[in-house]
Write a protein that binds this ligand. Sequence first.
Ligand SMILES: [Zn+2]
Length: 412
Amino acid sequence: MSPTHAPAGAARQGSLRELNLALVLGRIAAADRPPSRADLATATGLTRATVSAVVEDLLAGQLVSEADPAPRAGAGRPARGLVLADTGPAGLGLEVNVDYLTVCVVDLAGQVRHRTVHRADLRPVAPEDALARLVDLAGHARADAARQGLTLAGAALAVPGLIDDSGQVRLAPNLGWRDVPVPELLSAHPALTDQVPGVPALMVDNEANLAALGELHSRPPGPASFLHISGEVGIGAGIVLDGALFRGVRGWSGEIGHFPVHPQGRPCRCGGRGCLEQYAGQEAIVTAAGLVRAELPADTATARLAELAEAGDPDALRALHDAGTALGVAVASVVNLLDLDTVVLGGGYAPLAPWLCPPVLAEIGARVLTAAWSPVSVRPSTLGPEAAAVGAAGSVVRRIVARPAGWLGRAG
Ligand SMILES: [Zn+2]
């Protein structure tokens, strides 16, 4: 027999341990209340002894901790439940957008432990300078995380554009970025995180996709299929079907901002005409309301619009109604195509939802064939303006939970 048998057997044993670690940690992550070791044995079909050994590894690696036991009537020592740890590995989430940079840290349990939003118009800033500012903010986040007993195990960066498999930004029209080699530019700086096997040091993804993932994994859980629309200067959509992001063949799905709502209409930065962004993008709404956007930072522009609408300002109300109508035309097409029943308005749209939802619903009612029998719900996101960065950090955390052996073996 070949002498390779022993290593192959060892490899099988190693992979079995990895599978058991992932199985038990996955159950702890998905549980509604902290499961005991006995609960985990029942749920996984593993023996009590195996579960105990796996749990010891997870405790030693700071992936789980023991919850305080619930007081129990009657005799006997209450079993201690297990929860995801609030120290140990964490994910770093980053976002570059047209008028802000965001950095956040999310722990294994999904809690946001650090967040920084830096407001600045980044259109005149070279990509390498914008990324250098982001690295600086990330350094502060890493130090703050360390003070809280957290280690950054990986990072994900959200960009409002088309990103290829290598992390290169092919095109971010509103930032003016074209063929920007983000991983290469970042490699000139100190590492953002600690290297952990199985967790990419940096993933780059579209901000609308990451915001949709943030919404998908928020608590309490919402529907498994929905359309999430991020309304910033540009408009992006994340399509979630049966609990998974639909990325398209090349990862470039969701460019709803360039749906032609008036085919012969205003020229767009993409080279087309009459795109949704030209009627429902933040700049379009602000201009239609008679405000001068250049004089207002993004968050102020949205807050000012909401304030004016609240006060019944006719220009602001008309601008929001027209934007909502254009948005509704585009959303109705998506709903007709994909048969979705939930639309979430995120990013800068969330605070404007009281005025955007009625015209969006009116267009859906008029244009979606099935709306008469099956109403479509349109609601604001609850994640706030940092949804993409939170979703980015959460995507790192979910990779650790799916493959805990990488984290546990990092020292080896
Ligand atoms: Zn366009």
